[in-house]
Design a protein around this ligand. Structure first.
Ligand code: PFF
Length: 446
């Protein structure tokens, strides 16, 4: 009853899709602000180590399971399990992943909706529609609901078109645009007065912070969220990779792109904040720390753009286009997880599955919008700080303790025949078996 499965048509297509999933609000907003509040380059240093030592092995675990099973998260975990009990655990972990990613999408869509609203603000101002501009930039449940719906319609539209004609096609268009816009913005902002102070705050390390548990927890959480781990996204994308591909290589390219873009984003956001300071915009909160929460995106940066005169309109437009693109290439990967399950397990056709599941997630988003204070932080905390690390832990256990080692090797050998004699096979199995689960638990209980 399963519908024919899609496949990425090229390595470039997969790289754009997977790095599109990884590069999102977490990179452009989360990483730079986390770095700024945790010792600048000391955070960067710890992040790089954790990303390659812990997040990359976990990413590989998902890609390998996905490509081996060529199935959605639930079926894939079941395929690598032996025995009744582990199969039951597999189904549970798969479902918790699907539910978690759906809730992540429900809050992500709200924030992404703000990005779209702010994207239209400069357009409204250019057209002299000041009233509309004020409405677009004023936080209100009606505005937020409308843009949640707009964002979810875009996400559903891309996912209904399938792997090659939807995900791959759009990621291959959007990701290069994202990189170009990001580079142009960096070059421009670095020419402005005050920018170098920002670069200094970002790049001069405060090494006394490196072993700070708070820094380790933030860096690890950031690395996991940023690589979209634990919830089956990378597993499902892995299931669409051709058997001819060299998995360790493309996995490391995805990690490099993700980390590289986060580091670049820091070279935009922190200099921009200090330019704002130079232009008289308040960038510190009452406690004396840099404003890092929603205030940064919806008030500090727009206030900066306003001080830039007419070019500020263009910069605002480019910046919020960047944020919207980053969100969309991530949201499609989230919606793909439940949709792949619906299509393969229940035989629903793809457009219908995308619309129905997308609609359910939109309703959850709207419930959060109308009950923002009690619900928003709760959903963010449960999904990203509780569920995602535990699922990451479970994926490592499935790969390293339950799945037969020989099957893993045979899977990686397709596309990488010499893997057994290389560095990857010497280190990775040990890492996912011992280091990753222990490290995840230690950080979790911090
Ligand atoms: N990696 C995305 C970001 O950094 O914004 C967030 C994300 C995408 C989390 C997909 C989870 C996910 F399944």
């Amino acid at each position: 009853m399963a519908a024919p499965r899609g496949e990425f048509s090229s390595r470039f297509g997969f790289l754009m899709a997977a790095s599109g999933s990884a590069v999102g609000l977490g990179n452009i907003w989360g990483f730079p602000t986390n770095a700024a509040s945790n010792g600048g380059a000391a955070f960067l240093f710890t992040y790089l180590i954790l990303a390659f030592a812990l997040a990359y092995p976990a990413l590989m675990a998902e890609l390998i399971i996905g490509r081996y099973a060529r199935a959605n998260a639930v079926t894939a975990l079941k395929t690598i399990s032996v025995g009744e009990k582990t199969r039951l655990a597999a189904v549970t972990v798969g479902f918790v992943g699907i539910i978690t990613v759906s809730f992540i999408l429900s809050f992500y869509a709200i924030v992404s909706g703000w990005m779209i609203a702010f994207f239209f603000d400069p357009v409204a101002r250019l057209l002299g529609m000041e009233g509309l501009a004020t409405w677009l930039t004023t936080d209100a449940a009606v505005r937020n609901s409308l843009f949640v719906v707009v964002f979810m319609v875009l996400t559903v539209f891309i996912i209904s078109a399938g792997v090659k004609d939807g995900i791959e096609k759009w990621a291959s268009r959007l990701m290069p645009s994202l990189i170009i816009i990001l580079l142009l913005l960096i070059v421009y902002v670095l020419t402005l007065p005050g920018a170098l102070d920002g670069l200094r705050a970002y790049l001069i390390p405060d090494f006394s912070r490196v072993a700070d548990p708070a820094l380790l927890v933030s860096a690890m959480g950031q690395a996991f969220f940023s690589l979209s781990l634990g919830v089956g996204t990378m597993l499902v994308y892995g299931s669409y990779i051709s058997k001819r591909e060299n998995l360790p290589t493309i996995g490391s390219l995805v990690a490099l792109l993700d980390v590289g873009i986060a580091v670049l984003a820091g070279m935009l956001i922190l200099p921009a904040m200090y330019v704002a300071l130079n232009n008289g915009v308040q960038i510190y909160d009452e406690a004396g720390g840099l404003i890092a929460g929603p205030g940064l995106i919806v008030s500090v940066l727009p206030a900066l753009f306003e001080t830039m005169g007419s070019i500020g309109v263009l910069v605002a437009f480019a910046f919020f286009a960047l944020m919207t693109i980053a969100s969309l290439t991530s949201s499609i990967s989230m919606l793909e997880v439940p949709v792949a399950y619906g299509v393969e397990h229940h035989g629903i056709d793809r457009p219908k599955a995308a619309i129905v599941i997308g609609a359910v997630i939109t309703v959850i988003s709207l419930i959060i919008v109308f009950n923002f204070d009690p619900l928003f932080d709760l959903v963010v905390t449960y999904t990203t700080e509780v569920s995602q690390p535990l699922l990451g832990f479970a994926f490592c256990i499935f790969v390293a303790w339950i799945w037969r080692r020989n099957d893993i090797l045979e899977e990686i050998k397709q596309g990488d025949p010499d893997v057994e004699s290389g560095l990857f096979w010497k280190i990775w199995p040990f890492y996912v078996k011992y280091i990753c689960p222990v490290a995840i638990l230690v950080v979790y209980f911090q």
